[in-house]
Write a protein that binds this ligand. Structure first.
Ligand SMILES: Cc1cc2nc3c(=O)[nH]c(=O)nc-3n(C[C@H](O)[C@H](O)[C@H](O)COP(=O)(O)OP(=O)(O)OC[C@H]3O[C@@H](n4cnc5c(N)ncnc54)[C@H](O)[C@@H]3O)c2cc1C
Length: 322
């Protein structure tokens, strides 16, 4: 992900779910058949290995356990009805990693949720695009009308999906730093070159101490983010399951991206406000794009407030906030 992001290989719009968290989750709690079928597809990078993730609903975002999409079990299949929203890449995905309610008669809303693999070619699925405010089509609404999901597509234990989902979410949050770090490193390199090549008030920008210090601060943050990302990767390789670390990385990644986008706009000045296609665009419009995308990225995979709640609870031992 680090390399793909550095070289600007399409990520979010092409689907990062498979490599980012579905593969790792299947390795942990998928059936042998599921591992055999889906992991090689994910690793292939082919269109048949592209996944989307459908958790959020109009009344269930941070309050994930409030999901209402129903999967009612018959002998050999679940019948799926309901709605999802903000489903990134659903319009390109071959498979969907989906959370649905399989039991409504439960003491706690975290119970009665199951994790299902949905074939996006199944009849009864409607995909409606949502364009974000940068004009990019990443996410969608999904509607399910009596969609049939084979029981073999249940991942892990029925009605215990919440526990699998928390693990999968940790993988997802962990994947954010490597996903953004490489691209941010490249943008930082562009900015360093830009201040070397351009002048302000008759002097090279690279001689301005404020500009130099800001670029140095961003470089330190990017190095720290890389260390955070590689620390988790190393822990996973040793069989250690990260808990609060993924939330830490996600919250820190959001901060680093925000600061880099702001430093970029400060260096480019008014040029940072023009579209990539404008003759006035600088650095191919990437700063404009980054500035418009960072707020959304800080919401994806759970907002900063949710990440900080997790760090407070699992790293600092503070009581649950709700
Ligand atoms: C770019 C992008 C991609 C996304 N892709 C996907 C996807 O592929 N699949 C998917 O299922 N979803 C996706 N989402 C949805 C995302 O997971 C939700 O938007 C997110 O979880 C927040 O939920 P919400 O929008 O309902 O906001 P809300 O949960 O309503 O939150 C509103 C505000 O209240 C704050 N808040 C809520 N609860 C608490 C609390 N307990 N403590 C402190 N503050 C709180 C939040 O931090 C936020 O500031 C995506 C979102 C974005 C922006």
């Amino acid at each position: 992900m680090d390399e793909a992001s550095y070289w600007d290989i399409p990520g979010m719009t092409m689907g990062v779910s498979g490599v980012g968290w579905v593969g790792q989750s299947l390795m942990l709690f998928g059936s042998e058949e599921q591992k055999k079928k889906y992991i090689p597809l994910i690793a292939s990078g082919e269109p048949d290995g592209v996944w989307c993730t459908a958790y959020s609903e109009p009344n269930a975002g941070s309050d994930f356990a409030n999901i209402q999409t129903r999967a009612v079990r018959t002998d050999s299949e679940y019948i799926l009805n309901g709605q999802k929203i903000w489903t990134s890449c659903a319009h390109r995905a071959r498979w969907c990693w989906l959370a649905a309610r399989t039991d409504t008669n439960v003491a706690k809303k975290q119970h009665g949720i199951s994790l299902l693999i949905l074939d996006m070619k199944s009849p009864g699925i409607t995909i409606k695009p949502i364009e974000n405010f940068a004009g990019v089509h990443i996410f969608n609404e999904l509607f399910f009308d009596n969609v049939k999901v084979p029981v073999a597509n249940l991942v892990g234990i029925e009605n215990r999906g919440w526990y699998h989902l928390m693990q999968s979410l940790a993988f997802e949050r962990h994947s954010m730093a490597p996903q953004f770090y490489g691209g941010a490193r490249r943008i930082h390199e562009y900015l360093v070159k830009y201040v070397r090549d351009n002048r302000y008030k008759g002097k090279p920008m690279s001689e301005d101490s404020i500009i130099r210090h800001k670029l140095a601060e961003r470089a330190l943050e990017l190095e720290t983010l890389k260390m955070f990302a590689y620390e988790i990767t190393w822990k996973i390789s040793k069989g250690i399951i990260p808990v609060y670390e993924a939330a830490r990385n996600k919250a820190y990644c959001d901060l680093v991206m925000e600061r880099l986008a702001i430093t970029g706009t400060e260096i480019l000045g008014i040029y940072s406000q023009v579209d990539a296609l404008s003759k006035w665009a600088r650095l191919m419009g990437i700063i404009t794009r980054m500035y418009m995308m960072f707020p959304g990225n800080s919401i994806a995979a759970g907002t900063d407030e949710i990440q900080k709640n997790i760090v407070g609870q699992f790293k600092l031992g503070l009581p649950r906030p709700y």
